[in-house]
Design a protein around this ligand. Structure first.
Ligand SMILES: [Zn+2]
Length: 427
């Protein structure tokens, strides 16, 4: 979708009289409601010490955000959530930086580019997935993946491509039969890499790295150091590129996906990856005080609760004993001759006789039934509760650090986060 740029139409928001930060690092934990950061604290804690140690999230907490969309529901999806967080305007579920009338909304990344900053998007999902898309594309539907990818080339700001650095997945949407966007990026002067192991070979901007056909595999099934590494690399590339500074949006994309799957161990591994990325960003801010780091979520996913089934327990040590996603365990168990042996390849606590029988009969019924039965065992054993396979409307946290961080103290609408950042970007 083509965008008419009306950059002058920025709303004035009175802020305290500090000079605007030069660099902005905006991190979004997709689906990361408050229960996730709490779970992460217990998950990380050393049970041998008496006190539960605070985490990087506790160190940076500033306020809360309301996530409702401009729709007939108070429960947002990631597209409407990201549109609010990127543009300061609420829209309907599914909207990619367009308003309720499907008219394009100027995003903070576009404004950053127009104001001479270097811009970047980093995600562990496909880079044209709802959250990153809402910063640099405009579409009436998040499902139009090809059109969204096209926007990364077609949507020009003062004649230039809007995003100087893209790191994530999604090769299949960029290299297609009808159009090869990677070739187009290369002709526009972008370095291109497709192997995550070669991340360090990127030595300048502009650049695009597409490391998966669609998304990265779950952290629990691969490694928990993908977002941290991409964050480190992107900050190295963005650092001192440009006297006007930079804007980067970094998404912990798959916290949400583990939440949809009601898979607690999967979610904790994604939290570890996201938290590592935050630590890298925080270090950057500490070394470069003219930088603002803001971290939030678009919504919470799954209705996660720590404690379930009437018991006063949540067993982080049991969560730590699970070493694969329920999807991976299901696939292995479907073809396994001996369920308990296959189970023990992924989970340190053994199955009871009764649990083996339950899994055997679920397996006879369908793969889906088996998947459900596995989740039941893992959630019951760890006392993890879930209310839905979708999203919920609870407020999410805002974390901030660096120049301007105190602007985020208190209870805010999610659009106010964008308004404040846009004010800093356009000052
Ligand atoms: Zn979701």
């Amino acid at each position: 979708m083509k965008l008419k740029h009306s950059i002058a139409a920025t709303i004035f928001i009175p802020l305290s009289a500090t000079a605007a930060p030069k660099n902005i690092i905006y991190m979004i934990g997709d689906g990361m409601g408050p229960a996730y950061t709490t779970a992460y604290r217990y998950y990380l804690d050393d049970p041998k010490t008496k006190v539960v140690d605070p985490t990087v999230f506790d160190a940076l907490l500033k306020g809360m955000a309301h996530t409702y969309p401009d729709d007939d529901t108070v429960v947002t999806d990631s597209a409407a959530g990201a549109t609010a967080l990127a543009t300061g305007t609420k829209s309907y579920n599914g909207a990619i930086a367009v308003d309720s009338h499907k008219k394009p909304l100027t995003t903070m990344l576009e404004l950053a580019k127009a104001h001479g900053k270097t811009t970047a998007l980093v995600a562990t999902s496909q880079i044209n997935h709802a959250t990153p898309a809402s910063f640099a594309a405009h579409n009436e539907s998040r499902r139009n993946y090809d059109e969204i990818a096209n926007d990364y080339i077609d949507n020009k700001i003062n004649g230039k491509l809007a995003v100087d650095l893209l790191l994530g997945g999604g090769t299949r949407y960029f290299i297609r039969e009808d159009r090869n966007l990677v070739t187009e990026f290369k002709s526009a002067g972008y370095q291109y890499i497709q192997e995550f192991e070669k991340l360090d070979s990127l030595n300048g901007l502009p650049a695009i790295g597409l490391f998966a056909d669609i998304a990265f595999p779950y952290a629990i099934d691969s490694n928990s150091e993908r977002l941290g590494k991409m964050t480190e690399k992107s900050l190295k590339l963005l650092d001192k590129q440009n006297e006007n500074g930079f804007f980067v949006m970094i998404e912990g994309s798959q916290i949400d996906w583990c939440g949809h799957s009601n898979d607690i161990a999967c979610a904790m591994h994604e939290m570890v990856d996201f938290a590592n990325a935050i630590k890298v960003a925080k270090q950057y801010v500490d070394a470069n005080p003219d930088t603002l780091l803001v971290i939030t979520a678009d919504h919470s996913t799954g209705g996660l609760t720590l404690g379930a089934n009437g018991e006063y327990k949540w067993l982080a040590d049991k969560v730590k004993q699970v070493h694969a996603s329920t999807d991976t365990i299901t696939k292995a168990l479907v073809s396994a001759k001996d369920l308990s042996t296959s189970w023990s390849n992924f989970v340190d606590f053994p199955l009871s006789e009764e649990q083996i029988n339950t899994l055997e009969s679920a397996k006879k019924s369908s793969e889906q039934a088996l998947n459900k039965a596995i989740k039941r065992i893992l959630n019951d054993t760890t006392y993890s509760g879930w209310t839905t396979s979708g999203h919920t409307a609870v407020d999410v946290q805002i974390f901030a650090h660096g120049n301007g961080a105190n602007e985020f103290i208190g209870s805010h609408n999610n659009t106010a986060i964008a308004d404040k950042l846009i004010h800093f970007i356009t000052q």
